[in-house]
Design a protein around this ligand. Structure first.
Ligand SMILES: Nc1ncnc2c1ncn2[C@@H]1O[C@H](COP(=O)(O)OP(=O)(O)O)[C@@H](O)[C@H]1O
Ligand SMILES: [Mg+2]
Length: 316
């Protein structure tokens, strides 16, 4: 098959995407497919028309690639693509909308309050901070509604630190959320075709665990897979993760991030197109399940979505 691999783009996660795509292209070629790398930009539609791929493998992260924009274009062009569809991508990229869906479905997610720049500027939303702080307690977490890789995720240990955390989060997005801090173990569940893979636990080396961005620098966090959890706990976390995947309408693959607090596991977010680099969690989880990277790419490719409209027009 001729497989176009979409990569790069203009998101802040461009570098991660290029690393994911390089591996994916190698795997596709090893599988006997023809990988056609496309660094997405203004000429994306032209390139796709010219190359006429059989399938599109989306290796983009962050806004633009992971939020349904590219998926929508591929549906218009009637090209099957990997990973979740337009609606699921849009939901996963919007942490506020995703949390509403989770709450409605009874999936545990930390309490939060959403805040947008307009409400802040024009409706006096800043005056509600006191109520929000009373409801969520300290420390609390402030994050942009749509970013990845911990960009703009800040914590505030006290009231004095909230304004600065908000300014930082607003520099990434017009909409931010303040979230109850969950003290506990950080887990990631990779879901392949609706099935949970072994859980990865991220363990920070130093106690500077409030600097979320620094934690992802190589060497500052250890990853353990499968996470050391009792069998019932593993099953519970995996069940919550697959239910979240289904609730948000994911297909193909996705990664669910959770915190395992004192009582229940709490879902933080779902990554519709998780990283596939050599240090990424999804390939690590697949490996632990006996699925090597090439096989993983083959599985993801096999699940490539057909455009729903063309399915609907298939003869009965
Ligand atoms: N409510 C929270 N309680 C504790 N830690 C959090 C909370 N929200 C985020 N974090 C930390 O910040 C990291 C990034 O947050 P997350 O919501 O997954 O956003 P993203 O990965 O999209 O940047 C998490 O992996 C976790 O370490
Ligand atoms: Mg995350």
């Amino acid at each position: 098959m001729r497989v176009a691999v979409l990569k790069g783009g203009r998101s802040l996660e461009r570098e991660v995407s290029l690393r994911s795509a390089a591996r994916v292209e190698d795997a596709l070629n090893a599988l006997g497919h023809e990988a056609i790398g496309i660094d997405v930009g203004r000429d994306l539609v032209d390139r796709l028309r010219e190359e006429r791929p059989d399938v599109v493998f989306i290796a983009l992260h962050g806004p633009g690639g992971e939020d349904g924009t590219v998926q929508e274009l591929l549906e218009i062009l009637d090209l099957p693509y990997t990973g979740p569809g337009v609606a699921a991508c849009a939901l996963c990229m919007d942490k506020i909308a995703a949390k509403h869906e989770m709450r409605t479905a009874g999936i545990p997610t930390p309490d939060w309050a959403a805040f947008n720049a307009t409400a802040f500027r024009e409706l006096g939303a800043a005056d509600t901070l006191e109520e929000i702080e009373a409801r969520l307690g300290f420390p609390l977490v402030v994050k942009p509604a749509s970013q990845g890789s911990s960009l703009g995720v800040e914590f505030a240990a006290s009231r004095q630190e909230v304004p600065q955390a908000l300014v930082a989060a607003f520099s990434y997005d017009e909409r931010v959320l303040l979230e109850r801090y969950v003290k506990g173990r950080e887990l990631a569940v990779s879901v392949l075709d609706g099935e949970a893979l072994p859980i990865v636990e991220a363990i920070p080396r130093q106690e500077d665990f409030f600097n979320f961005e620094a934690r992802y620098e190589i060497g500052r966090t250890d990853y353990v897979c499968p996470a050391e959890l009792a069998a019932e706990e593993t099953a519970r976390v995996q069940e919550i993760a697959t239910r979240t995947y289904e609730t948000l309408g994911c297909s193909g693959f996705a990664r669910v991030d959770l915190m395992l607090g004192a009582d229940e596991p709490q879902v933080l977010e779902v990554n519709a197109i998780p990283g596939l680099t050599d240090t990424s969690l999804f390939p690590m989880a697949a490996e632990a399940a006996g699925i090597d990277f090439t096989q993983l790419v083959e599985r993801i490719l096999a699940s490539a979505r057909q455009r729903p409209a063309s399915e609907a027009t298939l003869p009965a």
